[in-house]
Design a protein around this ligand. Structure first.
Ligand SMILES: [Zn+2]
Length: 261
């Protein structure tokens, strides 16, 4: 968890370091480049259990959550409680070496802009261990560049380590307005007839972006709205045209998995 810990230190230093205040305008953009450790990422490239290790560089500006995002993150927090209680996200010593897992996001704005610059609100990093989140536990990712491995964000919390995975899903279609990434052993192990990304493809990589695009084009994914990340232990992604739609698709997949037991 070295990379995550380094990121965490940076969080405290940059975001809350100076007596917990938000930066004044003269502080300007808070640049965080820290996170990525290419050798390590490569070394663990196919180890699906390495949840929570940040693999992208981030430029983050600290500040309050934009007003337009507050209602959305309230609904995300509501769904998050449900998923937390189901064990689909959280932090558990017995799972993934105690690393946090699972994160939710929702698009902002009436219609998405350019590919890679479609803003979405997402749960912050290091929030998974708590059941109840507030608006301060989210941020807005305003741009994500998979090829450069770079995320631009603003808000009170640093972006989830899986922000890039969310960005790649949003890039599949402008109709996608919410993305849930959870760890659901029941779905992962049930071998349902769900679309799956290739086993050799790790989360948050350009290959994952290509896999999602492939599934969108050539499988039932646009209708089913749930896929399994076969190279990411227990990894499942659900999405929808709204937050409730994404949650509904995920719960329906859970029901199918239960049916087969
Ligand atoms: Zn994950």
């Amino acid at each position: 968890m070295d990379a995550l810990e380094r990121y965490g230190d940076a969080t405290r230093r940059r975001t809350h370091g100076a007596a917990g205040r938000f930066p004044t305008p003269r502080d300007g953009a808070t640049s965080l480049v820290a996170v990525s450790d290419p050798q390590r990422a490569q070394h663990h490239g196919h180890d699906g259990a390495r949840e929570g290790v940040i693999k992208f560089a981030a430029t983050h500006q600290s500040g309050p959550l934009p007003r337009g995002a507050v209602e959305l993150v309230g609904l995300l927090a509501g769904w998050r409680r449900v998923l937390f209680d189901l064990g689909l996200l959280g932090k558990d010593r017995a799972r993934y070496q105690g690393a946090a897992y699972g994160n939710l996001s929702a698009r902002l704005g009436p219609f998405p802009g350019e590919r890679g610059a479609r803003a979405f609100a997402i749960t912050g990093t290091q929030t998974s261990d708590r059941r109840d989140l507030t608006a301060d536990d989210f941020c807005v990712v305003s741009a994500a560049d998979v090829k450069r491995n770079h995320v631009t964000s603003h808000g009170p919390s640093l972006p989830s380590s899986e922000s890039m995975t969310h960005a790649t899903v949003y890039d599949a279609s402008p109709t996608i307005r919410a993305v849930f990434h959870v760890h659901a052993p029941a779905i992962f192990e049930a071998r349902l007839p769900l679309p799956e990304t290739a086993p050799g493809v790790d989360y948050g990589t350009p290959e994952m972006a290509r896999e999602v695009a492939r599934l969108w084009r050539s499988s039932s994914l646009p209708d089913g709205r749930v896929f399994v990340m076969r190279g990411h232990q227990d990894g499942v992604v659900a999405f929808g045209k709204s937050i409730d739609d994404a949650g509904g698709a995920l719960v329906a997949a859970l029901a199918r998995a239960g049916e087969r037991r």
